[in-house]
Design a protein around this ligand. Structure first.
Ligand code: GLN
Length: 487
């Protein structure tokens, strides 16, 4: 029999339901694994007492015949979601030790579906970053090669799944933070259409872009979690869409015969590493074998997505992060002379370099005299990028390409060069700016034996179609089942 940590969410849920294994046993197994792999740095908070109490409650629900879909399945949350039972830090000193009086809607919905929380996962500070090195606490190591980064900002989330420290987790994606770490760690992750999941209790980075989504080993498992965490939240998030939750598992299984896969020419230019290109090419051929048809398309403003995103996201961040002033929550400087001095010292001490950089950029592009030149221009181009996708979707059903231009780089490799990180976001940013659903699934290996992810982008509300396309690929291949040595 497969070890508990190698079981899929679907299999675990089945075995829990038939009481072949108890939720308490499963939770203990994963907590022990997290202990044994602390060196990876995936977790920021765990509390055995809390987890086991939730597991016991799940066992009682099972005994009562409750049929919630994730009953007893242990998961962990990116530390950007606030939780009542664990500290919530967003990877920042500013919120070290912060306890929220409520659970984020996504956390609540997954708990209602029966999931048991193993703890909170490391991430870049306020989800700003592509390597998880911006965490104020400690870096996260990629289990495929511990000298490399796991990607970011949901790096702890991706590593927890890849190293079998949790069968599935939550992440958030503002400009690629689910898709890129999923790609770098050889797992599957999906960011739904903007507005599909509630942002209530998700510590805000860039509100017009932030979306929650699941990360797991397979599309099938992602479908289970996504069905549970999506849905309208009208009283708490006015941007959550008034569209009822869907059962994405029902979308799995449809044939790919005749599916038109759009391959954007701009995703295969100069910057794409040859090893990644080769793995993506092979994946596209596999799709053709499965009956899909390849169509060349163009997303002409792909390059502009970098300057546009790195104006809009910092602009929104500078506004969102003004709430951290030493008065309402989190850190407050110990010594200060007056109120303004308290604000200044609190923020100087509490925020890391990347966060400060973005607050400064954001404040600048929103300031009088520059607003029109930068922020307004960026908003206009954002609209054009979204329109480009609508043109493309006249010719194809899904868009496919690399999630990132290279495999995971070495820890410290980008050093003090934030632009190197920004540029590596080029393939995930366009879909984010357009608010489209996107996912990454493992399709091969590149330089150094590191995983390569294929990105699939769908039109609004096409999460089911994306998950099915990934699922069919995973039925025909075994990349999602491979695991790093020593795991
Ligand atoms: N890497 C991008 C950034 O630094 C995206 C982060 C995210 O999606 N949260 O902003």
């Amino acid at each position: 029999m497969a070890a508990l940590h190698d079981l899929s969410v679907a299999d675990l849920a089945r075995q829990l339901k038939t009481r072949d294994v108890s939720a308490v046993e499963v939770a203990k197994h994963f907590l022990a694994r997290a202990d044994a792999h602390q060196d990876l740095g995936a977790y920021l908070a765990r509390d055995e007492g809390v987890t086991l109490a939730q597991a016991r409650a799940a066992d009682e629900r099972i005994a009562r015949g409750d049929t919630a879909p994730l009953l007893g399945v242990p998961i962990a949350h990116k530390d950007i979601f606030v939780t009542r039972d664990f500290a919530s830090t967003a990877g920042s000193k500013m919120l070290q030790g912060y306890r929220s009086p409520f659970d984020a809607t996504v956390v609540r919905k997954l708990a209602e579906a029966g999931a048991v929380t193993l703890g909170k996962l490391n991430c870049d500070e306020f989800a700003m970053g592509s390597s998880n090195e911006n965490s104020a606490f400690h870096p996260v190591k990629n289990p495929w090669d511990p000298t490399r980064i796991p990607g970011g900002s949901s790096g702890g989330s991706a590593v927890a799944v890849a190293a079998r420290l949790a069968p599935a987790v939550t992440g958030t994606d503002t400009g690629g933070s689910i898709r890129q770490p999923a790609s770098f760690c050889g797992i599957t992750g999906i960011k739904p259409t903007y507005g599909r999941a509630s942002r209530y209790g998700m510590i805000a980075f860039a509100s017009s872009l932030d979306q929650a989504g699941p990360m797991a080993r397979s599309a099938e498992d992602c479908a289970l979690l996504l069905s549970a965490l999506c849905g309208p939240d009208p009283d708490r998030d006015s941007t959550s869409l008034d569209v009822p939750a869907e059962d994405y598992s029902k979308a799995l299984g449809a044939s790919l015969e005749g599916l038109r896969i759009g391959v954007p020419r701009e995703f295969f230019g100069e910057g794409l590493a040859p090893d990644v290109r080769a793995a993506i090419e092979a994946a596209l051929q596999q799709y053709e074998k499965l009956g899909a048809r390849r169509v060349e398309i163009s997303l002409p403003r792909t390059e502009l997505s970098i300057p546009v995103y790195y104006i809009i996201a910092p602009a929104e961040a500078s506004s969102n992060l003004s709430r951290f002033d030493g008065v309402k929550f989190g850190h407050r400087a110990k010594q200060y002379t007056d109120l303004v001095d308290m604000y200044k010292k609190t923020r100087a001490e509490g925020f890391g370099d990347e966060v400060k950089r973005r607050i400064m950029i954001g404040t600048y592009v929103l300031s009088h005299g520059y607003y029109d030149a930068y922020y307004l221009q960026a908003q206009k181009i954002r609209r054009m990028i979204a329109d480009d996708f609508q043109q493309a979707f006249k010719q194809c059903d899904v868009i496919a390409g690399p999630a990132a231009p290279t495999v995971a780089w070495k820890l410290g490799e980008h050093g003090n060069d934030p632009l190197a990180d920004y540029l590596a976001d080029i393939f995930t940013l366009p879909g984010s700016l357009a608010g489209l659903p996107g996912m990454s699934l493992p399709v091969g290996f590149g330089e150094g034996g590191m995983p390569v992810g294929l990105q699939l982008i769908g039109n609004y509300f096409q999460e089911g179609r994306l998950l099915n396309a990934a699922h069919r690929f995973q039925q025909a291949t075994d990349f999602h089942l491979r695991k790093p040595e020593g795991v």
